[in-house]
Design a protein around this ligand. Sequence first.
Ligand code: NAP
Length: 269
Amino acid sequence: MGLLKGRVAVVTGAGSGIGRVAAVALAKEGAAVLATDIDEAGLKETADAISAEGGTVETLPQDVTDEAVWDTVMEVAETRLGLPSILVNNAGIAIGGAIPEFSLDDWKKQMSVNVDSVFLGTRAAIRKMHEAGGSIINISSVAGLRGAAGLSAYCASKGAVRLFTKAAAVECARAGWPIRVNSVHPGIIDTPIWQKSITRLGEGMPASPTMPQGANAMDADTLGAQASPMGRPGRPEEVADLIVFLASDKSSYINGQEHVVDGAMTAGG
Ligand code: NAP
């Protein structure tokens, strides 16, 4: 407790899944949290969870693809809570489908939500944090480290997040801005994203370790049991603990790196 006392954190996609649990975990460590999401009902649940633990939270509806809103997000954080020094670029979607049938509209939507948002958020954060410093944590995926059949657009988007993160880290460090930028790569984590995306994952695809036969009919428990050597999906709390560490000064010399939390999914066969 108290690892992040006096800090202000902005968390996107905080109305559900990993974002919600990360927002709660950051608040438990003393950070005041601005939680944003397009899902306003979900945001309210997150705010209630933080308040119930005695934490400090504000909420703001935000579509992370909307460029104009990003400077407002940082201003709102500063006005209501204080100068932000932590940004978790977490909001994301997964659009599955075989390449021959994949539409350009879906490709652009995937890139907009998962990649444009990370650029826009990082830019807004650097503008705000470049003097006092901070930590930017971009949520990528194991799909940003290796390919998966039926997930080409998602893999491309998460791979982009991985390398953008490294470039941003080097740029900040070389410029003398005390901002660290790291990416987090979860494996299969038990969140609602699977219920939203799973029906189209792996459709018409041959089986692979990351996309077993019949994956399109599986929930996160079943898929995690098959795809992870640990035989289960991860819990959002297990990702949130890593996010808290990267947000804190305990990771003060860890910068520009990819941090995998996947139950050994990418460690071997
Ligand atoms: P989730 O439960 O679906 O939460 C994502 C949140 O982001 C939802 O509240 C969603 O709202 C919101 N969102 C979607 N589009 C948005 C937009 N344009 N602007 C603002 N908010 C938006 O998913 P999750 O599993 O926690 O995923 C969080 C992050 O972890 C994502 O980047 C995901 O790619 C990554 N990740 C997840 C897993 C996993 O297995 N769960 C694995 C690797 C990486 P709606 O509900 O209204 O869409």
